[in-house]
Design a protein around this ligand. Structure first.
Ligand code: SAM
Length: 289
């Protein structure tokens, strides 16, 4: 059941036909995962030994879609505990790819738990980016630490803190703000939806504060990604409008071929929920020198 307020906002933003497409995409999806680039793991061959077949994702060599197994079956293989792969939705693999962390760069993952994107940033940089990961929730922070350890992301500095309280004297070459949101892109029949106008407004207030903070912590000449798993402009374009200007400008994101796109502001990408993808939004921001 789609919460009535969410339905109303989807129709207002996208029109009836497209809103119906979004709502039809709120469904269960096959298990997807990302191999740990720091491990030599031949996913297709190793998982075949356990009767699990997978297919590659065209836009990312580390990503796979299972064809005949649920997440539980993947978790039961020895590769899971060894950290050879990380269960992750395809859409949520996009922000680290677009941030493109390099060896020696200082990278802040502002709202990091449970750590899918932190461990991906680590893997993408060959373990050589200097990553700081913040999480304010105690239980989720423990989950982050567990996932960092399991994925062998030993050189990540994990801070259990409110990112808004970070000292502005810190500065980073790159920042990922994968903001807390209503999850309007990720509804599914198995996940009870909690969506109200009040919750949306509360998320938007926090998103604006976090993005303004991120822009203060970003070095001159640095880049950042703002992402949410929401398809609503109130949590996406509207937040950018409130925060960008002056030295902080939007940079174009070129969507990978084959991604199911919803209309979104110039230079941003909004993924439509489908049988493979969760709804997701991302924007790239540059702070001028
Ligand atoms: N990037 C994560 C991943 O890929 O695994 C998911 C992040 S989730 C969308 C947002 C996280 O932000 C939640 O774990 C939430 O507890 C955390 N959070 C919310 N407000 C925060 C704040 N002010 N400082 C730090 N973390 C915060």
């Amino acid at each position: 059941m789609i919460p009535p307020k969410l339905h109303e906002l989807l129709v207002e933003q996208y029109g009836g036909a497209l809103a119906a497409t979004v709502e039809a995409g709120y469904m269960a999806r096959p298990a997807t995962f990302r191999v740990n680039g720091l491990h030599a793991f031949d996913a297709a061959n190793e998982l075949a030994k356990y009767g699990i077949s997978v297919r590659p994702v065209p836009w990312y060599g580390d990503a796979f879609i299972t064809e005949n197994a649920a997440e539980e079956a993947l978790i039961r293989t020895p590769f899971y505990e060894r950290g050879d792969f990380y269960l992750q939705s395809l859409s949520s693999m996009l922000p680290p790819l677009y941030l493109d962390p390099q060896a020696g760069e200082t990278v802040l993952d502002m709202t990091a738990a449970p750590g899918g994107k932190t461990t991906q940033l680590y893997s993408l940089s060959g373990g050589k980016a200097l990553i700081t990961a913040c999480e304010r929730d105690k239980i989720r922070f423990e989950r982050l630490r567990y996932n960092l350890a399991r994925q062998g992301a030993t050189r990540v500095t994990a801070l259990k803190c409110d990112a808004l309280a970070l000292d502005d004297a810190f500065s980073f070459d790159k920042i990922l703000l994968d903001a807390p949101c209503t999850g309007s892109g990720t509804l599914s029949p198995h996940k009870p939806a909690r969506f109200t106008a009040e919750y949306l407004a509360k998320c938007a207030v926090l998103q604006e504060k976090l993005l303004k903070k991120a822009l203060r912590l970003l070095k001159r000449g640095g880049t950042m990604i703002y992402s949410t798993c929401s398809v609503l402009r109130q949590e996406n374009e509207d937040i950018l409008k409130k925060c960008l200007g002056g030295d902080c400008i939007s940079e174009p994101v070129t969507p990978f071929e084959g991604l199911p796109l919803l209309p979104s502001a110039a230079e941003t990408v909004c993924i439509c929920p489908t049988e493979l993808y969760e709804g997701f939004f991302l924007a790239k921001i540059k702070k001028l020198k």
